[in-house]
Design a protein around this ligand. Structure first.
Ligand code: DMJ
Length: 489
């Protein structure tokens, strides 16, 4: 897909507005997790049915601007919590107010994931301090095994995106150092990557992987090739994506677990949720970002199979469930917070009809308990996995749909998501995941993707389009916007 010649990536579009709407806006009353009496259960079922049908009040431009400002204020709040209690560490535990590191040494997950968001929002002071911390302290020369997928989407993607926005060459140097250290993962007999690599020794481990981990690397590694002039990164990551596709069934469906040494599936369960999701996303986006026609062909074949075997018209709406990758036979009627990226991907692929229908199902899922659960049985409309990890996907989809349709309905959805996000997840030091969306009990976790994705998509949904040139960028799966350098046009 062609990129524009003149690229205006972002403008700190909203300054000076500070309207506190949170307390004033109405929210639904939600049932708690405790056992209900039959009368209460009936009343609660009625309340849920009413809530599900409640119309969305339009968001005016002035209200959208105020909401965008609120998002910025809340980013500042969470960033300051990280700064006060977890500075230099991977993440803040928002209830205990303690730092948390993924491995023996911090890799600055939160600052790297947050940096482009801070810049896009025009939070200059915070962005500058994050950038200096990264430049001074981020050191990949560590004798420890890391998970290639997470490190690629969060750190490699975050560093490259922040480099493209700031022009700070130190960030590109870090990205290249990291890219080199990750490369050994691709040295399997099939070209499918091992899951873990030791950053210092280059030793690898983890031969049982999944399509998300084997097929969600080409945007980040490919951009590294474009920026450094070294093709090896693109070649290896593209080969891994193609090898994943070649292992798919004739329907174009992939399973849940694959052995990277043999290329054989050890679990043939197909779906669009966690462990598979971003493989389909990168088939499309590899075409969008690099204009790669092989990726286009793989995407078109795969999405056809996904729509044929996984899409499920049930419970009065469109859902995407689970099926066996070879037979296409339905195995589960399960949809959840991670699957909710699919309306965005469908919209990107031009299928607005399914995108809109699926986002309506996402809204129903959210309204069941006022915050979406990790997973839901959409046949019985009951919660299967009750947590909420502060995930961004449903907001991402609202943003894409608003971009493509201009329909204020999607901002109104976003306002509803935002209000409950703040109401239930805000803490003194930041934002906390929920253990159970029915009781709203909080959990001591604030993943770095809250800064990279959740806040960013909320902001972009409410901010004017000029805040970021949607058509000039491709978001990696962690919401880091990437674009081809001008010389590549
Ligand atoms: C993020 O790390 C990425 O979006 C990934 O593709 C899926 N999970 C989280 C957010 O929920």
């Amino acid at each position: 897909m062609k990129q524009p010649n003149r690229f205006s990536l972002f403008q700190p579009a909203l300054r000076g507005l500070n309207i506190a709407l949170l307390a004033a806006l109405p929210l639904f009353a939600h049932s708690a997790g405790a056992a209900e009496t039959p009368v209460a259960a009936k009343a609660s079922a009625h309340a849920k049915a009413t809530a599900a049908a409640t119309p969305l009040r339009p968001v005016s431009e002035a209200e959208a601007a105020a909401l965008a400002q609120q998002v910025k204020d809340e980013v500042r709040h969470a960033w300051h919590g990280y700064k006060q209690y977890a500075w230099g560490h991977d993440a803040l535990s928002p209830l205990s107010k303690k730092p948390r590191d993924w491995y023996e040494h911090s890799l600055l997950m939160t600052p790297v994931d947050a940096l482009d968001t801070l810049m896009i929002m025009g939070l200059k002071e915070e962005a500058d301090e994050a950038r200096e911390l990264i430049a001074q302290q981020l050191n990949f020369d560590q004798d420890m095994y890391v998970q290639n997928f997470e490190i690629t989407i969060r750190l490699l993607g975050g560093l490259i995106s922040a480099y493209q926005i700031s022009g700070d060459a130190r960030l590109l140097d870090k990205a290249e150092d990291l890219g080199k250290r990750l490369l050994p993962v691709f040295e399997s007999p099939t070209g499918l990557p091992y899951t873990h690599v030791n950053l210092r020794t280059g030793k690898v481990r983890g031969k049982l992987s999944n399509p998300a981990e084997t097929g969600t690397l080409v945007l980040e590694f490919g951009m590294l090739s474009r920026l450094t002039g070294k093709p090896v990164y693109f070649e290896k990551s593209k080969r891994a994506l193609v090898a994943t596709y070649q292992a798919a069934s004739p329907l174009g469906l992939v399973g849940s677990t694959i052995d990277v040494e043999t290329g054989r599936w050890t679990d043939t369960g197909a779906h669009i949720g966690g462990g598979i999701d971003s493989y389909y996303e990168y088939l499309n986006k590899c075409w969008r970002l690099f204009g790669d026609m092989e990726c286009k062909a793989m995407w078109e074949h795969s999405i056809e199979g996904v729509n044929k075997a996984l899409a499920d018209q049930r419970s009065g709406g469109l859902w995407y469930g689970h099926a066996d990758m070879n037979t296409g036979i339905r195995t589960k009627t399960q949809y959840g917070a991670l699957d909710a990226f699919m309306p965005a991907l469908l919209a990107l692929g031009g299928d607005m009809k399914r995108a809109k229908a699926l986002q309506e199902s996402g809204l129903r899922m959210w309204r069941l308990h006022g915050v979406e659960p990790e997973s839901l049985d959409y046949a019985s409309m009951t919660v299967q996995s009750p947590g909420y990890a502060l995930r961004p996907e449903i907001v991402e989809s609202a943003y894409y749909l608003h971009h493509y349709t201009g329909n204020p309905r999607y901002r109104a959805m976003g306002r509803e998501f935002w209000q409950s996000f703040v109401r239930y997840c805000r803490t003194e030091a930041g934002y906390a995941a929920l253990k159970d969306v029915r009781s709203k009990e909080q959990e001591d976790s604030m993943e770095s993707f809250v800064f990279a994705e959740t806040f960013k998509y909320f902001y972009l949904l409410f901010a004017p389009k000029s805040a970021l040139n949607f058509d000039g960028v491709t978001f990696n799966t962690e919401a880091h916007p990437l674009h081809l350098p001008a010389a590549a046009h």
